[in-house]
Design a protein around this ligand. Structure first.
Ligand SMILES: Cc1cc2nc3c(=O)[nH]c(=O)nc-3n(C[C@H](O)[C@H](O)[C@H](O)COP(=O)(O)OP(=O)(O)OC[C@H]3O[C@@H](n4cnc5c(N)ncnc54)[C@H](O)[C@@H]3O)c2cc1C
Length: 434
C-alpha cells in the first residue's frame, strides 16, 4: 500500500501517523527539524530534558489518556494547584479549586463587579463544558453574543489585567485586547475538567512512543504540495541532497496554518479564512539553578501587563530550582529578538521584583517560538468551516494541527484523528464512485 505523506513531526503529525497505523496504513513523515515533538518537544541538554512547550495534560482528555494507557506510561506528577497573579503590585493567589466557590483575597483584589463577572463567566463555561466545542452548537451562540469585541471590552480593567490575562497569556501568548471571548470560553470550559498532570521524566517519553515504528525523514522541508486537476499529485521536498518531487496522492498537513498557507494554493475564501487566524510569538526559557528559586507556597507567577515576562512556573511542584520563564504578551515582543544572555537577564530581573533569586544558574535552554502559538479568530466556527471547505476542494489533502480543535496536545490528537477519518471517507467515496 502506498504511504500517506505527513508534513511535520509535532504531536499532530505523529498522531496522524499513529491513527493511520492503527488502520494498517503506512506513512512517511517529513520533518524539517532534527527532533520530534515540534512546539511540545523535549530537548536533551546535558543531564536535563527540557520541555520547550506543551507538557501538562488533563485526566479528562480521552485521546491523550488512551495513548498513555496504550504506551504503558503510568508515572505522573501533579500540576500546580493554582497561580499567583501580580495585581495592584502584589502577588495574589488564584487557587483553581476556589475560583468558583470564591476566594476572598481574589474578590477583594478584583472588586465586586469584577469578581461577579469572573464568577459568572466561569460558571457558564463549566456548566456548559460538555456542550462547548470548536465546531458548532452552543459555541456559535457564544460567538454571536460576545465575539463582536475583544475580551477586554467585556470586563472590568482589574479582571482583564489579572485572571483574564492569565487565560489570554497561557492560551494564546496574547493580551485580552488581542483575543476574543469565545476562545476564552472554550479554554475556561476545560480549565475545571479533570485533574492536571505532567509525565514524570518529561513529555519526550510520550513522543518517543508515538514515533516508534514510524518512518520519519528528518531535515526534510516540504516546499510545496503539488496539485493537478483538483487532486494532490506530489510533494516538493528539500533536504541536504537537494530538492526532489515525490509523487503521492495523499497528504496530511500537520504544520501550523500560516505554514500550510504558503505550501498550497487554496480558493480565495479559504485564503481569507486561513489569514484570519492569528499567531503570537513567545520564548520559553528553562533555567536550572543550584538552589530553590520558588518558595513560600509560590510556584507559578502571572506578571502584570507592562512586564516583559508573561508567566513563569516551577518546572514541577517538586523542582523549585528549575524555572520555566515564558516571555509572552505585547511587552515581550519588544525584546524577543534580543541575544540569549540579554533575554535571560530580562526574565530574571522581572522575576526578582516578586521573588529575589538567590541562586546560580547551572543550565539554560532557550526556545524561541517565532511562528507563535495560535490565538484563533473571532467567530472561529465560520472560519473553520471555510478552511475545511477550501481544503476539501483538493482531493487527497487533509489538515491537522492546533488551530482546529484547540491548541492543546488533546486538540492536536483530535484534529489528527479527524483528518485520518476524513481521508479514509474520501478514499471510500472514491472507490464507490469508481
Ligand atoms: C510555551 C508553550 C506551552 C504550552 N503548554 C501546553 C500544555 O501545557 N499543554 C498542552 O496540551 N499544550 C500546550 N501547548 C500547546 C502545544 O504545545 C501545541 O498545541 C502543540 O505542540 C502543537 O503541535 P502541532 O503538531 O500541531 O504543531 P508543531 O508542534 O508546531 O509541529 C509542526 C512540525 O512541523 C515541522 N515543520 C514546519 N514546517 C515544515 C515544513 N515546511 N516541512 C516539514 N516540516 C515542517 C516543525 O518543525 C514542527 O516539528 C503549549 C505551547 C507552547 C508554545
Amino acid at each position: 500500500m502506498e504511504p500517506v505523506h505527513i508534513i511535520g513531526a509535532g504531536i499532530s503529525g505523529l498522531g496522524a501517523a499513529h491513527f493511520l497505523s492503527q488502520r494498517g496504513i503506512p506513512s512517511i513523515i517529513h520533518e524539517v527539524g532534527d527532533y520530534v515533538g515540534g512546539r511540545a518537544a523535549c530537548i536533551r541538554q546535558g543531564a536535563h530534558a527540557f520541555e520547550i512547550g506543551g507538557k501538562n495534560f488533563s485526566s479528562a482528555w480521552p485521546r491523550f489518556n488512551a495513548l498513555l494507557d496504550e504506551f504503558g506510561i503510568t508515572e505522573f506528577e501533579d500540576q500546580h494547584p493554582g497561580f499567583h497573579i501580580v495585581l495592584n503590585d502584589k502577588l495574589v493567589a488564584l487557587e483553581k479549586s476556589k475560583t468558583l466557590t470564591g476566594d476572598l483575597r481574589l474578590a477583594t483584589a478584583l472588586g465586586p463587579v469584577g469578581a461577579l463577572q469572573f464568577r459568572n463567566f466561569l460558571t457558564y463555561a463549566r456548566k456548559n463544558a460538555d456542550r462547548l466545542n470548536y465546531s458548532s452548537g452552543l459555541i456559535e451562540e457564544v460567538e454571536r453574543r460576545w465575539d463582536h469585541a475583544t475580551i477586554d471590552k467585556h470586563f472590568t480593567p482589574k479582571l482583564n489585567d489579572g485572571p483574564l490575562r492569565l487565560f489570554s497569556i497561557i492560551m494564546g501568548g496574547a493580551e485580552p485586547s488581542e483575543l476574543y471571548p469565545s476562545l476564552m470560553m472554550l479554554f475556561a470550559s476545560g480549565f475545571g475538567k479533570g485533574s492536571h498532570h505532567a509525565v514524570a521524566g518529561g513529555i519526550g517519553q510520550f513522543h518517543d512512543k508515538l514515533a516508534k515504528g514510524k518512518t520519519i525523514r528528518f531535515g526534510s522541508r516540504v516546499r510545496r504540495i503539488q496539485t493537478s486537476g483538483g487532486h494532490v499529485s506530489g510533494l516538493v521536498v528539500e533536504d541536504q541532497k537537494g530538492t526532489e518531487m515525490i509523487p503521492t496522492d495523499r497528504v496530511i498537513s500537520a504544520v501550523p496554518a500560516h505554514i500550510l498557507r504558503q505550501l498550497v494554493d487554496l480558493p480565495a475564501y479559504g485564503r481569507v479564512a486561513f489569514d484570519q487566524l492569528r499567531y503570537f510569538p513567545l520564548a520559553m526559557i528553562n533555567v536550572v539553578y543550584d538552589a530553590p528559586v520558588f518558595r513560600d507556597g509560590v510556584h507559578s507567577i502571572m506578571f502584570e501587563p507592562d512586564a516583559p515576562l508573561g508567566h513563569c512556573s516551577a518546572n514541577r511542584l517538586h523542582s523549585p530550582h528549575h524555572v520555566r520563564y515564558t516571555l509572552s504578551g505585547k511587552k515581550a515582543r519588544d525584546i524577543l529578538d534580543a541575544p540569549d544572555e540579554e533575554l535571560v537577564g530580562i526574565a530574571e530581573q522581572t522575576f526578582s521584583k516578586r521573588l529575589p533569586i538567590n541562586a546560580k544558574r547551572l543550565e539554560v535552554h532557550i526556545a524561541r517560538h517565532t511562528g507563535g502559538i495560535c490565538g484563533y479568530a473571532p467567530h472561529f466556527t465560520a472560519v473553520k468551516r471555510d478552511m475545511l471547505r477550501a481544503v476539501d476542494t483538493i482531493q487527497g489533502l487533509e489538515i491537522a494541527g492546533d488551530y482546529l480543535e484547540g491548541h492543546t496536545m488533546e486538540g492536536c490528537l483530535t484534529s489528527a484523528d479527524l483528518a485520518v477519518a476524513r481521508l479514509m471517507d474520501s478514499a471510500r467515496a472514491k472507490a464507490v464512485a469508481a
